[in-house]
Write a protein that binds this ligand. Structure first.
Ligand SMILES: CC(C)(COP(=O)(O)OP(=O)(O)OC[C@H]1O[C@@H](n2cnc3c(N)ncnc32)[C@H](O)[C@@H]1OP(=O)(O)O)[C@@H](O)C(=O)NCCC(=O)NCCS
Length: 214
């Protein structure tokens, strides 16, 4: 059993904990040590009861245990990983998730219940695929990409690093979504999306460019 801490005790982190529990029921793998969360104090009565709040992220500096960053923000996930490059990172793949043949993935993969990756898909590091999302053949998904529930990618879609796909969004075959772009809830991507762009609607159109507001 691998001692494991989950970084982030928000909704996403608590879901990740549930996945680890589900994995253990089928194949005992993890000793669930607790959560790390900068926004909660150890023993915080508001904290979730599924596992102990051990402290903030600094706790990892003095503990050489495996961790999984379970926060939805791609950028925050990257910052956490960059801070602890020598710690072991775990994958959390729910027993009901499925992975086809010729799939490669980096460390820190989280696949929630019912998510499916089919044939010849490449996933970068710390990709999160939430419940009932599907990634079809030959897709290329970059590092720190977040795929929220009910997202569907057709074949040969490319998502560059740190893309965030909103709930129920989809992409037709062959399109590319540029790095750090956000796809809004329910959007249908039918054309390539440039980097740093928020796209909404059906068909997907730019809603707002971050450079406009920064
Ligand atoms: C796309 C999103 C990130 C935009 O957030 P934002 O940058 O704060 O944008 P705003 O709310 O200011 O909206 C900008 C414009 O886009 C429209 N818009 C926002 N989200 C939209 C969506 N999902 N579909 C269609 N239009 C949308 C707004 O109506 C607004 O248009 P208007 O100026 O004509 O009124 C957000 O609305 C969204 O869809 N988030 C996804 C949430 C989600 O999937 N959560 C899953 C968690 S597991």
């Amino acid at each position: 059993m691998k001692p494991l801490v989950i970084v982030g005790a928000g909704g996403h982190g608590r879901e990740a904990h549930d996945i680890a529990v589900a994995v253990n029921e089928v194949n005992p793998s993890f000793e669930l040590v607790g959560f790390l969360d900068d926004a909660l104090s150890p023993g915080d009565p508001a904290a979730p009861h599924t596992a102990t709040i051990l402290g903030g992220i600094d706790w990892l500096e003095s503990h050489a245990v495996a961790f999984v960053p379970a926060v939805g923000s791609p950028e925050l996930r990257r910052l956490i990983v960059q801070r602890f490059p020598h710690h072991e990172v775990a994958d959390l793949i729910h027993p009901t998730a499925t992975i086809g043949s010729h799939v490669s993935h980096g460390p820190g993969l989280i696949m929630a219940a019912g998510s499916r990756v089919t044939h010849a898909v490449t996933l970068g590091q710390h990709v999160h695929i939430n419940v009932n999302s599907t990634i079809s053949h030959d897709c290329r998904v970059g590092d720190f990409v977040t795929i929220t529930p009910g997202v569907h990618l057709s074949g040969s879609v490319t998502l560059h690093d740190e893309v965030w796909m909103g709930i129920g969004s989809s992409a037709i075959q062959g399109v590319t979504v540029g790095a750090r772009s956000v796809v809004g809830a329910g959007a249908a991507i039918i054309h390539d999306v440039p980097p740093d762009t928020t796209t909404v609607g059906v068909p997907g159109r730019p809603a707002h460019h971050r450079e406009d507001t920064e």
